[in-house]
Design a binder for this molecule. Structure first.
Ligand code: SAH
Ligand code: SF4
Length: 347
């Protein structure tokens, strides 16, 4: 058994371990290692980002989805899901409100909804950029063709979030129907990077059947892919999906992974996700204290929020956007950090 503390030393110095070494770190997780990783992750994060926390306003543009991911409440087979889509005018209104509140990044996220063609998205992107030339726009709309990604980029999209979900092909196949391919998802990520987007990948922690082996692959993938952002959050079951009876992922393991990711890539944008806050009332604070440096409060109209139910009991579905911003700002301040008005580009 290698000395685990010397592994952490090497990770901090070289920002790299072998897949087997990541697995060893994960399999031997205990309080002492957690504390050690957390301390070094916070140090690394402070060296790059100080005590600032970036924020992005999340606009959930559609709950329609043509896909059938087994874990997700928006999957097409879920006949109980309430479907809505925002009009371009609704989205612009969310951005206007967000700008007033100090958001300088807007994330347009949704299910894979065929209504949002390039012809509908490109004028919307141009208009957001015309009104707020200094903002950044992030898209999180799933898998599209290279041509589509290129058109959206040319129309002003700066960033794209597409979680790889898992870097292990066999595990991907346990989480998705056969028509969705792991290779295609990975190809999309490479394409987005080639086009010039700031790319965010990411994975669920504790998805059904996942072990330390799959998570070690995720860490090695992030190490080699070098994304601008990596979104990780615990899996949370949704009552109307095939995984309704599966246990949720763990807040502690998610935080442990956040610390490791911070040491792999000190300038990585790491959100403390809503899923963390859903499993634990202090989950997002714990995420920041483990090395995360981004929060993504909800800017969607309150009338649709309960319909964007990726998983059960999702938080922040009742408040106005201003309340969400205020609440997060206070939470961040309560642990000695500062929410800033900034595009939040990687340094
Ligand atoms: N349709 C787009 C974006 C919306 S889903 C896409 O799939 O990329 C955004 C993310 O929510 C997914 O990438 C997935 O990681 C996460 N998610 C979905 N269902 C979840 C669940 N039950 N628990 C935790 N995260 C979930
Ligand atoms: Fe659709 Fe994304 Fe949910 Fe999959 S995870 S069903 S693509 S919204």
């Amino acid at each position: 058994m290698p000395d685990l503390f010397s592994l952490i030393d090497r990770l901090e110095r070289e920002h790299s371990l072998s897949e087997a070494e990541y697995q060893t770190l994960l399999e031997n997780r205990n309080e002492a290692l957690t504390a050690e990783l957390r301390e070094r992750a916070v140090r690394a994060r402070k060296a790059v980002y100080g005590n600032t926390v970036f924020t992005r306003g999340l606009v959930e543009i559609s709950s329609f989805c043509k896909n059938d991911c087994l874990y997700c409440g928006l999957r097409r087979s879920n006949g109980k899901a309430e479907r809505y889509r925002l009009t371009p005018e609704d989205v612009l209104a969310c951005c206007r409100e967000g700008w007033e509140l100090g958001f300088r990044t807007f994330v347009l996220q949704g299910g894979e909804d065929g209504w949002f063609t390039d012809e509908r998205l490109t004028p919307l992107l141009r208009q957001i950029k015309a009104e707020y030339p200094t903002c950044a726009v992030t898209l999180s709309l799933g898998e599209r063709s290279r041509e589509s990604y290129q058109r959206l980029f040319d129309a002003g999209a700066d960033r794209y979030l597409l979680r790889h979900e898992t870097a292990d092909k066999a595990h991907y196949e346990r989480l998705h129907p056969a028509e969705l391919s792991w290779a295609h998802r990975m190809d999309c990520l490479r394409t987005l990077k080639e086009i010039g987007y700031q790319v965010g990948c990411g994975f669920m922690v504790g998805s059904p059947g996942q072990t330390e082996k799959e998570l070690a692959k995720d860490l090695k993938f992030v190490e080699s892919f070098r994304p601008a952002m990596c979104g990780i959050g615990p899996f949370i079951p949704h009552k109307d999906t095939p995984f309704c009876d599966q246990p949720a992922g763990s807040v502690e393991l998610t935080c442990y992974l956040l610390s490791i990711l911070r040491l792999i890539q000190p300038n990585l944008l790491l959100p403390a996700t809503t899923a963390l806050g859903t499993l634990d009332p202090l989950g997002r604070e714990k995420g920041i204290l483990a090395g995360a440096n981004v929060v993504m409060p909800n800017l969607s109209p309150v009338s649709v929020r309960k319909k964007y139910m990726l998983y059960d009991n999702k938080i922040c579905t009742g408040e106005e956007s201003a309340q969400c911003r205020g609440c997060l700002s206070a939470r961040v301040a309560s642990i000695g950090y500062e929410l800033v008005t900034d595009r939040g580009d990687p340094r």
